[in-house]
Design a protein around this ligand. Structure first.
Ligand code: MN
Length: 263
């Protein structure tokens, strides 16, 4: 829709509202529609700022590390990585230096961790070229793509959507966003995860099949990206289960570690 068309529609809506309540509103007054109740906007703290990052969509990339693709039973030379989504209110903000309680979800008996780099976008677009893509990044964090693995597999086997395995409450723990100006970009460096002090996942961001720039570019071919979108950039190999009481610690070089306790 063109800007003028949008303004015209907004103007008509304003006039209709004015007529309904029997009072004329000033010409051009843009009044947002009233809602019967409030819906929270999920946000993530921004390091070094009083502002918070508003989350629009959570995109996740599947099988972006060859060794993880193989452990999931696929051949990375034949099947490229792909995208799925979690609801934006699936985020659970985890602050460095604290241990956040993470609820073991319902319906699963095989609850898995996946440590991932997270990319936060400052602006959006369509068909973004890989060479331009990093200029769309607001900042980075690290997070967990928590997964009901048994349900994900069951649904996959039945050729049904993965959602119940991936897209549920609290399934996206994440740390605060570090603006690019402070931390730069991430193409390299260690990414690891420990459970109760024992290393489980231990890899390098260099092993991502699609780089951050390529992920943004590919995703922008499928959907128009917008400011506020975040991308979970995929997990390396050696995913595995946790049970109540377990302590997960995650690390990416140049970002502070995060810890959650499964409760
Ligand atoms: Mn994942």
């Amino acid at each position: 829709m063109t800007t003028s068309r949008r303004n015209l529609l907004a103007g008509s809506a304003t006039m209709a509202t004015g007529a309904l309540v029997g009072c004329a509103l000033p010409a051009g007054a843009a009044r947002s529609p009233q809602t019967p109740f409030d819906v929270a906007q999920p946000t993530i703290p921004i390091v070094g700022s009083d502002q918070v990052f508003p989350v629009r969509r959570i995109y996740c990339i599947g099988r972006n590390y060859a060794a993880h693709a193989r452990e999931m039973g696929s051949d990375p030379t034949r099947e490229p990585p792909f995208f799925f989504q979690k609801p934006s209110d699936a985020i659970q903000v985890v602050m460095p230096g604290k241990v956040a309680d993470h609820p073991y979800p319902t319906l699963t008996r095989n609850y898995h961790y996946e440590v991932e780099l997270v990319v936060a976008l400052a602006k959006g677009g369509r068909d973004i070229k890989p060479e331009d893509a990093l200029s769309y990044v607001y900042g980075y964090s690290l997070g967990l793509d928590m997964t009901r693995r048994d349900l994900q597999r069951e649904m996959g086997d039945q050729k049904k959507p993965w959602e119940i395995g991936k897209s549920f409450d609290h399934s996206a723990p994440i740390g605060p966003i570090h603006p690019v100006a402070q931390v730069g970009h991430f193409a390299d460096g260690a990414i690891w995860l420990k459970v109760n002090g024992t290393t489980k996942q231990d890899a390098t961001l260099k092993h991502m099949i699609w780089s951050v720039a390529e992920q943004i570019s590919r995703l922008s071919q499928a959907n128009e990206l917008m400011a506020g979108d975040i991308i979970y950039a995929g997990t390396p190999e050696n995913v595995g289960p946790v049970v109540r009481g377990d302590l997960i610690e995650i690390h990416i070089d140049r970002l502070p570690n995060l810890s959650v306790r499964i409760v």
